[in-house]
Design a protein around this ligand. Structure first.
Ligand SMILES: [Zn+2]
Length: 431
């Protein structure tokens, strides 16, 4: 009886062809047909195909085909074939090891799940994704078989590992496998069995206010201790609350160390690296930070994403800022002179070479920024106070002093004598 005359279905025929050459476990056989049927596991598929194949071959033997049609392929089918094999030959079946996974996939999945669960619990993760690394020879063997038999409905072993592990973890603990804002990635390596966790940062969106001067944004360590108190240091209580390893501040721009940040506050994203707790209410985090120091206050508005950080950074240059400057003028200043400054500067593009005070760390370039509005009043004979709204990135201290002609026009240039910014506050940052 030639196989061309056998009346059997696509699945049995393909499976028989593959299994004549390659021993395959239920999962690896089922995976070759993974996109046929829905809501089934590859193990179910493989087992069903094997069962159906065994029954078909048995029917052919009953109808006169030689037993070898089954006994030759039985060791490659494995377990499900053992009953019929014993019945026909009186011997125990010696199963061969799966040609793709080496027979390790089943236990690997179970063990990986058992290793992943304590890691997920230790970091209080509720949403995770699974990533899988599979040794290249295994991927190649699988691809080769698919090509050799023109099997077009399969999926990769990597996809199966990821899905099955995700599914089992989800069934066993209170966590979901989710691509939307995952809190951690469980990485598994097949066949080594290594399992590790990559915990994503906790990202919080909010604003900060700097009520004092000589406070830096980033933590600034020196051998004698921090150079200044910093916004980042003010955020350190978050480490205790979350069990995180590090706090990083991503602010939308920055003010000078000696400038206060008042008014609207400055938009920021706070990043807590490798947190062990994530379920702390925003209000509790906010209050703990605000109670812990006098000079830095924060408001937390919600959770952020990596894209928010990029957005905050990229839009920084275009954002409007309003400053309040206390200005000292040599020989005093009259109200009419302030009107002249308001008139000349409002709407004006200011040309600024990199300020002398930052030349040691920034390249000497020319920047153009527009002043949108100025409003000044005299406080004493020599002191004036100005509200200046400008495009982000304008160096306000230099707008006042002129920086020896490196910034033009400037208060000094318009007045024809020295003017200097004595105190500077940022009062509004638009987002
Ligand atoms: Zn296998």
């Amino acid at each position: 009886m030639s196989e061309d005359h056998i009346d059997w279905g696509y699945l049995e025929r393909k499976a028989w062809e593959v299994l004549k050459k390659y021993p395959l476990c239920d999962r690896c056989l089922g995976r070759l047909f993974a996109r046929l049927g829905h809501g089934l596991s590859n193990k179910d598929r493989g087992r069903a195909i094997k069962t159906s194949l065994i029954m078909t071959l048995h029917k052919m033997i009953i109808e006169g085909a030689p037993q070898s049609i089954f006994t030759d392929v039985a060791p490659n089918i494995g377990g499900p074939a053992s009953g019929l094999y014993r019945k026909l030959t009186g011997q125990d079946l010696e199963e061969r090891t799966c040609a793709i996974c080496g027979g390790r996939l089943e236990t690997f999945i179970e063990e990986a799940v058992e290793r992943a669960i304590p890691l997920i619990k230790a970091y209080g993760v509720k949403r995770f994704i699974v990533g899988a690394r599979v040794s290249p020879p295994i991927l190649e063997r699988e691809e080769r078989i698919k090509e050799e038999y023109k099997l077009e409905h399969g999926e990769s072993i990597r996809a199966e590992i990821r899905r099955e592990i995700g599914k089992l973890i989800q069934e066993r603990i209170d966590a979901v496998a989710e691509f939307e804002r995952p809190e951690a990635t469980i990485l598994v390596e097949f066949p080594s069995g290594a399992v590790w966790i990559q915990v994503n940062s906790l990202l919080l969106r909010g604003r900060y206010w700097k009520l004092g001067r000589m406070i830096s944004q980033a933590y600034w360590p020196t051998p004698e201790g921090p150079k200044y108190f910093s916004i980042e240091q003010a955020l350190w209580p978050l480490l205790k609350l979350t069990g995180g390893e590090r706090v990083i501040l991503h602010a939308s721009g920055r003010e000078d160390v000696d400038a206060r940040m008042l008014g609207t506050g400055r938009p920021m994203v706070v990043e807590v690296k490798v947190p062990r707790r994530r379920d702390i209410p925003l209000q509790e985090m906010e209050e703990t930070i605000n109670k812990s120091n006098r000079w830095v206050k924060i408001a937390l508005e919600g959770y952020a994403t990596r894209q928010d950080i990029t957005l905050y950074k990229s839009e920084e240059a275009r954002k409007e800022k309003t400053y309040k400057a206390l200005i000292a003028v040599e020989g005093g200043v009259a109200e009419e002179e302030l009107r002249k400054i308001e008139e000349e500067l409002t709407g004006r593009v200011i040309m600024q070479r990199t300020p002398t005070r930052v030349l040691h760390r920034r390249p000497d370039i020319l920047r153009r920024r527009r002043v949108l509005e100025t409003s000044c009043k005299t406080l004493t004979k020599t002191l004036a106070e100005c509200l200046i709204t400008a495009e982000g990135g304008l160096y306000v201290k230099e707008l006042i002093s002129g920086d020896n002609g490196r910034t033009t026009p400037s208060f000094s240039e318009i007045l024809g004598r020295g003017a200097e910014c004595v105190e500077l506050d940022v009062v509004a940052v638009k987002l």
